[in-house]
Ligand binder design. Structure first.
Ligand code: ZN
Length: 66
């Protein structure tokens, strides 16, 4: 029997979208957490979520024709 590990969709900073994380995605996420390890855990989670949302908006804006 094979165990399929399905990770729940998460906010991915690398791709600026919510999807099941790959190891590449986790690499970016962990780097972000390391850069922000002065924050409380809950604070860091909120800040990470905000960072992904900001990135989503930035990319969306950049996709608009000038
Ligand atoms: Zn990703």
């Amino acid at each position: 029997m094979t165990t399929v590990v399905t990770s729940p969709p998460m906010a991915c900073l690398l791709h600026a979208e919510v999807h099941p994380m790959t190891s590449t995605c986790w690499g970016t996420t962990l780097d972000w957490y390391l850069l922000h390890d002065h924050l409380e855990q809950a604070e860091a989670r909120d800040a990470y979520q905000a960072a992904v949302e900001r990135e989503m908006i930035d990319r969306h804006v950049r996709q608009q024709p000038a």
